[in-house]
Design a protein around this ligand. Structure first.
Ligand code: ATP
Length: 133
């Protein structure tokens, strides 16, 4: 099966570097699946899971936003932050979720704090999702 060299990098370093058959990401416009020989592309990513498929193996990474660049048989994901399931601190994510939920109850809808809490809640739920999958 054909593969693509795939890199996931954050400001702290590399989270994944290897050959995969398929990359699935959540762009700001919806889900996107990349197979080898995909057209070149650069697009912003939303908070969501990255799915990396290699043969029968599927690996998930929690992504909190960034960009994907697709080139001939090469995929680069530049992430604001990204964690493998084994690197996710569930206690911390649960605390972040509860903190965000509290803030959503306290803040007014049009407030910047409300938007911030919404994003924090999405990041926390995404981490819990990826860690527990
Ligand atoms: P928190 O409120 O717990 O800091 P956050 O969503 O605000 O969560 P980010 O700003 O997205 O955190 O990330 C800051 C750094 O902390 C990144 O390096 C990210 O990978 C790491 N990080 C955040 N939450 C977790 C977690 N639950 N487990 C492991 N690493 C985490």
């Amino acid at each position: 099966m054909k593969t693509m060299q795939t890199n996931v990098v954050t400001p702290d370093g590399s989270v994944f570097d290897g050959q995969v058959n398929m990359v699935s990401v959540k762009t700001i416009n919806g889900e996107l699946g990349i197979l080898p020989n995909h057209l070149p592309l650069v697009t912003p990513l939303a908070i969501g899971a990255i799915r990396l498929k290699k043969d029968k193996d599927v690996r998930l990474i929690a992504l909190s936003g960034g960009f994907i660049e697709v080139r001939q048989d090469e995929v680069n994901i530049l992430a604001e932050s990204a964690e493998l399931p084994s690197d996710i601190d569930i206690t911390r994510a649960r605390a972040a979720k509860e903190r965000a939920e509290r803030r959503l109850e306290e803040a007014k809808r049009d407030n910047i704090d409300f938007r911030r809490a919404e994003l924090a809640l999405k990041r926390a739920l995404n981490r819990l999702d990826v860690a527990q999958n």
